[in-house]
Design a binder for this molecule. Structure first.
Ligand SMILES: [Zn+2]
Length: 643
């Protein structure tokens, strides 16, 4: 028995199938197809081989089928610039300039030849745009090309959009040493333990205020306020002046007046000759000053004191200070804490290890002991405030938690904002919570959350303090960068000295005076982590998944007599996500007839029978037929068995 495999994406289908008589066309000689965008149909430009009167052939020509994709044929060569001149510095955002996440920026110092990388993040992606992909990474090709000159990686803080890519990409450019602070270092190492096969990291712990020499380049770290402790920015010394990179940050302030600590930090930076300031734009679409964390703590403290029943607080596990504050207040009031969610447990362990959290052993109790205490003595700290399907809070809300069942005396605080893209999930969560008759407090109803990123009032203040010649908004979608740029410009900063980044953009500052952006970019297409594989984004694979999600699949199984070219029996059809077969008997019968006819026509006079050729032909005809009849383009997979 000879089973012919289904056509792979690399094979180029015949544009003009030949029928009968002569030898079949060699599959390898077929011209490659253009690489079209998803969902785009091929235009009827190729008229060769069309048989008058055959509707399916017509459609076949205009139909772009998803299962016959080829790779890009007119791929331009990647661009890699020469090393930057000795009197210049170069900045290349490799990720994070067109999205929130996968932050990574490379800086090349002309005088020393050193390349230093700032942050190695990843980004979670939505199921809709990239089905099956777990997360995407910054493109590291430029660093791989220049690996010998990459002297170190600075990690500004422990959020995943700044450390998430480390296990996947560090070895691609020689696993250079990582410079970061204590807590961040522990968080990086914790994650690393989940990937035992990757090369060991060299982490050099630093403190803010400290100056280290990376390669031959001096880098000084300064403390910044953010939603995770031990966040820092970096000031990089070059002969032309300093480049200041903010990391994620906001300002600690009282009604718009920066705290003394902030004044000191930023005042210190202002004394240097700064040529370039790169700053966090994430919250730049909001004006004024963000809510200070102090107020959030006061509000939460008030709630913990006054609530009479059980209190359940949903928050981000990375909100160390907030969780610590909640636990301390609860302990003071003689309440017991229950923690739910692995990331919260892990991070509280880290907090204890680093000395951030000091509590009595008996304060934290296991969930099964809840019944041993009166409800007003219980505070539950849980993950899942973003409506994540399998997180603890959703399980509690949907009766799937072993030990916690909600009732109308419970108060629930969602101490987080809604991350864009999670709106529907959070709505579902709130609905499920309200079904229990609980009292719900969230950031819209009360100051129970503050962002970790500064509003424009804060950003403009920082920019003035740094007083650099050039400015680049960074970390965020273009709208955020644009609002940041506008605010800075309106504060009197010269417009021509603001540069808008794209991922892969090469920005050279010559003599600290002139800014030059290259026309071409270094490779910046995201790399994906898909289950256990990492690699360049496999557009073909993603597109197949999108097509499957959209129009489903249509599998044809037929046994062909290799001597006569006739079918052994009526073909089998399996379809998923396309149409409901039981109600489409008419369509199915016609499809079966067409399959039989196409196979038998294709094999007529063919000797020996080339099943690959028949299969391509069959795919084209059936895809055309289905599209004509249903206006859908399912992935057609013929399985021909030669007997
Ligand atoms: Zn952050």
């Amino acid at each position: 028995m000879n089973t012919a495999p289904a056509p792979g994406p690399a094979r180029n289908p015949s544009p003009a199938p030949r029928r009968g008589g002569g030898a079949p066309r060699a599959t390898t000689n077929r011209p490659p197809r253009r690489f079209d965008r998803p969902g785009e149909r091929r235009r009827p430009t190729d008229r060769r081989g069309g048989r008058p009167g055959s509707a399916t052939r017509q459609i076949q020509r205009i139909l772009r089928r998803p299962n016959a994709l080829s790779t890009r044929t007119t791929r331009t060569a990647d661009y890699y610039p020469e090393p930057v001149a000795a009197n210049a510095v170069r900045i290349i955002p490799l990720g994070g300039a067109e999205e929130v996440g996968r932050n990574m920026l490379a800086m090349e110092v002309g005088a020393t030849g050193d390349i230093i990388v700032f942050d190695v993040g990843f980004q979670f992606v939505s199921e809709d745009s990239s089905p099956g992909v777990d997360y995407i990474l910054p493109n590291t090709k430029y660093l791989e090309k220049n690996a010998a000159r990459v002297k170190g990686v600075v990690i500004t803080h422990g959020h995943l959009d700044h450390i998430g890519g480390i296990p996947f990409v560090m070895s691609r450019f020689g696993t250079p040493p990582i410079y970061t602070q204590n807590l961040t270092s522990i968080m990086i190492q914790r994650r690393q333990e989940e990937y035992p096969d990757v090369p060991k990291l060299e982490i050099i712990e630093v403190e803010t205020g400290q100056t280290v020499t990376i390669g031959s380049t001096k880098v000084t770290f300064f403390p910044v306020t953010h939603s995770i402790p031990f966040s820092m920015g970096a000031s990089i010394e070059t002969p032309q002046g300093n480049v200041v990179i903010s990391g994620d940050l906001k300002l600690d302030h009282d009604d718009g007046i920066p705290s003394e600590r902030e004044q000191k930090t930023w005042g210190g930076l202002s004394k240097n000759k700064n040529i370039f300031f790169i700053a966090d734009s994430t919250n730049a679409e909001k004006d004024g000053f963000s809510i200070p964390e102090k107020r959030v703590n006061q509000t939460l403290e008030e709630i913990i004191k006054t609530v009479s029943g059980r209190l359940i607080i949903g928050t981000f596990a990375s909100q160390f200070e907030r969780m610590i504050r909640i636990i301390e207040v609860a302990e003071k009031l003689g309440k017991k804490i229950v923690t739910e969610g692995r990331s919260i447990k892990t991070n509280l362990e880290i907090a204890e290890k680093t000395g951030l959290l000091k509590i009595e052993k008996s304060t934290v109790i296991p969930a099964q002991d809840i019944g041993n205490y009166p409800p007003d003595k219980i505070v539950i700290l849980t993950t899942g405030a973003q409506g994540e399907e399998f997180a603890a809070l959703m399980r509690i809300a949907t009766h799937q938690h072993k030990h916690i069942t909600l009732n109308e005396r419970d108060t629930i605080v969602l101490s987080s904002s809604v991350i864009p893209g999670n709106e529907i999930a959070v709505q579902k969560l709130k609905d499920n919570l309200y079904r229990h008759g609980v009292t719900l407090i969230h950031y819209r109803s009360s100051d129970v959350h503050s962002t970790g990123h500064g509003n424009t009032g804060e950003l403009v203040w920082m920019n003035k303090q740094v007083g650099a010649k050039f400015f680049m908004p960074y970390y965020g979608y273009y709208s955020m960068l644009a609002c940041h740029a506008k605010a800075v410009e309106q504060s009197g900063f010269p417009r021509e000295n603001i540069i808008m980044p794209d991922n892969g953009k090469i920005i050279d500052i010559v003599d600290g005076e002139t800014l030059h952006a290259h026309k071409e970019k270094v490779p910046s297409a995201p790399m994906i982590v898909d289950g256990f594989t990492i690699g360049d984004i496999q557009e073909v694979v993603i597109r197949d998944r999108q097509s499957l999600a959209k129009d489903g699949m249509f599998v044809i199984i037929a046994s062909v007599n290799l001597k006569t070219g006739k079918l052994r029996k009526s073909p089998d059809i399996i379809s998923r996500g396309f149409i409901y077969l039981r109600e489409s008997q008419d369509l199915l019968n016609q499809a079966r007839l067409l399959i039989k006819k196409t196979i038998e026509d294709s094999t007529q006079g063919m000797n020996p029978i080339d099943l690959d050729y028949v299969k391509n032909n069959l795919t084209d005809v059936i895809a055309g037929f289905l599209f004509q009849r249903t206006n859908k383009a399912p992935m057609v997979i013929p399985v021909l068995i030669g007997m």
